[in-house]
Design a protein around this ligand. Structure first.
Ligand code: NAD
Length: 493
């Protein structure tokens, strides 16, 4: 069993506190690591290291920063199997899915570095009547990155590219349920030669998360996690008049029209409902199917559910592993049982199996109604909850009946219906597919699913502070108009 430590100012260090948490492998319920519960003093030390390292990091040329950051990506890629193994040990993620998602995180990280190469850190935006306006962008300073347990390495990678390329330094706080892979990630940070203090790691639960979110020494908190915690993180940031990027939970709807390929869509719904045991923020949580094909679709979904390979996450062919812990499984079981008590029917699964491991079977529930928690609260488990609707339009109306706004999926061949689908208020709309496009594109959640844009150039906007400079220009410059005025020379915040 491993003993995990914090990584602060380029050193592995013990926590200032004595409270210890245990990380359990959800496949066999055996402990795999202990970690500190985290303290405000640990956070102080990490933020202090990040603050001290920031001016020098920002004073490097953009090229120098990007070269160092590219080395980290190469190091992660070289050790990908090791990190995939740690994610399986800590939260039961099947190797196949771990590999796929760390690759996606790396791609997003590398795209952010690429965007930074041409990003207008300094540009002339206007020349009018002999008066010019430049906008220069500075790193905000220190970024606190707080991540959940379901995709630790990917979520860290998604946050780091833009923040570090722009000249910020970072303190990462992973979930107490999945700190093994975060420690593995920081072993690569150590190998990559990124200067001490630029990237720091504080382990622990809310005892570390709360002081980081509200720390006066950070300038931005980038939080990925539940709506409930996101609200308190947003309030803590606001108290310091800091920015917060909040990527929170969802209850994504799927609307299925009568004119689709039933077998193909049922197969994709099985993927979207069960991937990572349903523990993905954009899982398909509410499925609205047109009555004309409902019977055929449900039969196909049940068949697709039976075909899933459930079991040991380290086996190459496993598609569905255990849930992260007993608490999360209990939450899913409660949603299903309450739905059944209110009139829903389970067609496959729905029972906690005997034996070790926090397994919950892929489950199809039908005859659900809009008043069930299963259709209103995030379930975050391998459950396909299907409601039959009289028309495509009725399905879209149901899709809109939520306070969440993370993602939505619509299957239809009808162009008019595709236009109607675009009225669903959501950060991401997938038309005739799921997880289309890459993670590095612009996304800003709607509703209570969060706020703040990430992805592409928008990620760099979010981690930089603009300064407008107005000045009188010489007559010969007036003709030049708006243009990039300087290479990205960054001052520290
Ligand atoms: P969580 O909100 O319980 O915890 C997230 C992180 O916040 C953890 O590191 C936790 O230790 C820390 N934390 C807990 N209390 C805190 C506090 N008061 N202040 C600051 N930090 C605190 O979420 P979780 O259970 O780890 O993750 C699952 C949730 O994450 C789901 O709701 C899922 O939808 C969401 N999620 C969203 C996205 C997205 O991109 N929108 C991606 C992945 C997961």
């Amino acid at each position: 069993m491993r003993t995990l430590r914090n990584f602060i100012n380029g050193q592995w260090v013990d926590s200032s506190g004595g409270d210890v948490l245990t990380c359990v492998n959800p496949h066999d319920e055996k402990p795999v690591a202990t970690l500190p519960a985290g303290t405000a003093a640990d956070v102080d030390a990490a933020v202090d290291a990040a603050r001290r390292a920031q001016p020098e990091w920002a004073s490097l040329s953009l090229r120098q920063r990007l070269d160092r950051l590219a080395r980290l990506a190469d190091e992660i890629e070289r050790n990908l199997d090791y990190l995939v193994g740690l994610e399986a040990d800590e939260m039961g993620k099947p190797h196949k899915i771990g590999t796929q998602f760390i690759h996606a995180g790396l791609s997003t990280y590398r795209k952010a570095l690429h965007e930074a190469e041409t990003y207008p850190f300094a540009s002339r935006v206007e020349v009018v009547d002999g008066l010019a306006t430049d906008v220069q962008r500075f790193p905000v300073g220190v970024v606190g990155v707080i991540v959940p347990w379901n995709f630790t390495v990917t979520t860290i990678l998604m946050a780091l590219g833009a923040a570090l390329a722009a000249g910020n330094t970072v303190v990462v706080k992973p979930s107490e349920k999945a700190s093994l892979s975060a420690v593995g990630f920081f072993e690569m940070v150590e190998q990559s030669g990124i200067p001490a203090g630029v990237l720091n790691l504080v382990l622990g639960d809310f005892h570390a998360g709360t002081p980081l979110a509200g720390h006066p020494g950070i300038d931005l908190v980038q939080f990925t996690g539940s709506v409930r915690t996101g609200r308190s993180v947003g309030v803590a940031a606001a108290a310091n008049l800091n920015r917060a990027l909040l990527e929170l939970g969802g209850k994504d709807p799927v609307v299925i029209d009568a004119d689709i390929d039933v077998e193909a869509v049922a197969e994709e719904v099985a993927l979207g409902s069960y991937l990572n045991s349903g523990q993905i923020c954009t899982a398909m949580e509410r499925i609205y199917v047109h009555q004309d094909i409902a019977a055929e679709f449900i039969d196909a979904l049940v068949a697709a559910t039976h075909r899933r390979i459930v079991g040991d996450p380290t086996r190459a062919d496993t598609e569905i592993g255990p849930m992260v812990d007993a608490g999360q499984r209990q939450h899913v079981d409660r949603h299903v049982r309450a739905a059944v008590a209110a009139g829903a029917r389970v067609l496959v699964g729905g029972e906690i199996p005997d034996g070790p491991g926090f397994y919950y079977p892929p489950t199809v529930v039908v005859d659900v109604t809009e008043d069930m928690e299963l259709m209103t609260e995030e379930t975050f488990g391998p459950v396909a909850a299907v409601q039959v609707v009289p028309s495509f339009e009725a399905g879209v109306e149901e899709a809109k009946r939520t306070e969440f706004g993370l993602g939505a999926v619509v299957y239809t061949s009808d162009e008019e219906h595709q236009r109607l689908a675009r009225t669903i208020p959501t950060g991401i709309l997938w038309l005739n597919g799921w997880q289309l496009g890459d993670l590095g594109r612009l996304v800003e959640p709607a509703g209570v699913s969060g706020m703040g844009a990430i992805g592409g150039v928008h990620a760099i906007d979010s981690v930089t502070r603009p300064m407008a400079v107005h000045y009188v220009v010489a007559p010969h410059e007036v003709a030049e108009g708006a243009e990039r005025v300087a290479a990205p020379e960054l001052a520290h915040a």
